[in-house]
Write a protein that binds this ligand. Structure first.
Ligand code: CU
Length: 140
């Protein structure tokens, strides 16, 4: 809970510091999981800009979107879930969605870089559930 509060404050302070408009809330990015794949193979984000990432699961099994290692401020933890991540460590960024449901995570990336996102459900990454998350100074 403490980490959650700290994340919110950090995102708010960051918004003020960079002078971007806080009024509109986080930038919404939606990605769909369907037929054992993501509908986007690439997501581009801007350093320091809070993002509301919504995973829409149109499939008949649970999916998630995870990045193992990415420096982020977390605004809101994704809904609790206890599905199997295999023997991997907890990813830095994680959002899951039950079949036919949505999952949301709010965060702000804090370092430029190219990161890989994937579904942690065993076998799904191998089946093609991966993509590239590009964080840059201008978001392009
Ligand atoms: Cu999956």
């Amino acid at each position: 809970m403490k980490r959650w509060m700290a994340g919110l404050v950090a995102v708010a302070v960051m918004g003020l510091a960079t002078g971007c408009s806080v009024g509109g809330g986080p930038k919404k990015v939606q990605i769909q999981a369907q037929n054992m794949g993501f509908n986007k193979q690439e997501i581009r984000l801007k350093v320091g800009v809070p993002v509301e990432l919504v995973l829409v699961n149109k499939d008949t099994m649970i999916h998630d979107l995870s990045v193992d290692e990415i420096p982020v401020y977390m605004g809101l933890e994704a809904a609790e879930d206890d599905h199997d991540h295999g023997d991997r460590k907890e990813p830095d960024l994680h959002v899951s969605a039950q079949p036919g449901q949505k999952g949301t995570v709010i965060f702000a990336p804090i370092e430029e870089g190219t990161y890989t996102y994937y579904c942690t459900v065993p076998g799904h990454e191998m089946a093609g559930m991966t993509g590239t998350l590009i964080v840059s100074a201008n978001g392009r």
